[in-house]
Design a protein around this ligand. Sequence first.
Ligand code: SAM
Length: 450
Amino acid sequence: MKPQVYIETFGCQMNVADSERAATGLRKAGYELCDSAENADVVLLNTCSVRDRAKRKVYTRIGEIRTARTGDKQPMVGVMGCVAQLEGEQVFDHSPSVNMIIGTRATDRIPSLIARVRSGERNVSDLGERLESESWDVSQVERHSPHVAFVPIIEGCNKFCSFCIVPYSRGREKSRLAHEIVAEAKRLLTLGYKEIHLIGQNVNSYRPRMERGLEGFSGATPFCRLLRAVAATGMPRIKFTTSFPRDFHPDIVSAIEENPNLCDWVHLPVQSGSDRVLRLMRRGHTRADYLEKIDRIKRSPRHLALTSDVIVGFPGETDEDFRQTLELIEQCRYDGLYIFKYSRRPGTPAANLADDVPEGEKKTRFLELEKVQRRAQEKLYRGYLGRTLSVLAERESSRSKADLVGHSTCHKVVNFPGAGGLEGEIVDVLITAAKPNSLYGTMVNRPEIA
Ligand code: SAM
């Protein structure tokens, strides 16, 4: 019987994509992938370190795995991803049951690391760079969905926002070549995928080292040209996330307006509404710069949905700074907002500032912002009542076997009655009910299923 590997993924879409690639390489090397740690020979935890809580969760999980299996039934345990890259061999001291440390650019070398442990080495680690020859191939069976695929276009980050650990955990920005991305989109289309997400820490900072694949496509930035090139593949739905405000060129909106298959959704994290805090965060944009970008998005006849990220309780954030954030959030009328309490990350510039907003105050601000956003969102979601949305049916709803769930082009979760067999179809759904975070409706065109 082939050795069984279980991969558990925490954090962002980049981690999901890395796990898919790790699984592809492992299967090629003769391993079987399984879906629980219970009987696995090897357990890999693909970790996130963006906030302290995410990091602590990993150590708790390592403990759980160790105590769930007794005696010589212990699996080989590997820590992958951002915690591995940042903590390095300290993980071995902290958790002696761990055998492998696999950095963020070592995903493709996992089979050889496992082989080293199997041949008797107690602890192995690889925090090295990705090799030029490594491929980004992901086999279809390892993708998180048979209908929606993640396509990484850029990894790493050069922005060095003062609060953020990503430039340290994922290294400098490195863009994949455009012709590879376009070829991957075409391949996914042939395999029947209906939606792809171009992903990266800052997708719109995309800057490949050569132009191949972008010839013949206009655009104010390489990212705008890439969007047009990927749209030309005919993939039915293309989304992209996350965008960085300073690099958000208005031509991105023009590209969306020209191509119906570029979906009507933009995620543009603002982090704060106060210029003073934005300066301390080293975001490289002011409130006015940000609002100018939002204005272009809001003026689009495509009616683009807009979502964002905000941090409350950054060091030195006063009541007045927070009021300015509240005001900005109300003004932007976001379709969705991820709110985070500031978490001090050792090694970042902000870690040298006093984390002086008390935990209770961070929580109060979080809840106040959440309330304001919820009110705005309820109103916005009610605005969809009576409208028809194009929805990709992704899977059976976890709440009811009679319902399917999917996303609209504007990235809303939409539930609707529908039997199995419709998964993977794009259907029109008339919206009949709105909850704060999802919509409900009925199908108005039932496609013929072969
Ligand atoms: N490209 C994004 C941007 O423009 O900022 C960065 C993506 S980041 C990995 C995801 C989100 O986590 C950030 O947008 C930020 O809101 C939040 N975040 C990052 N570092 C944080 C910290 N130290 N404390 C709390 N939230 C944090």
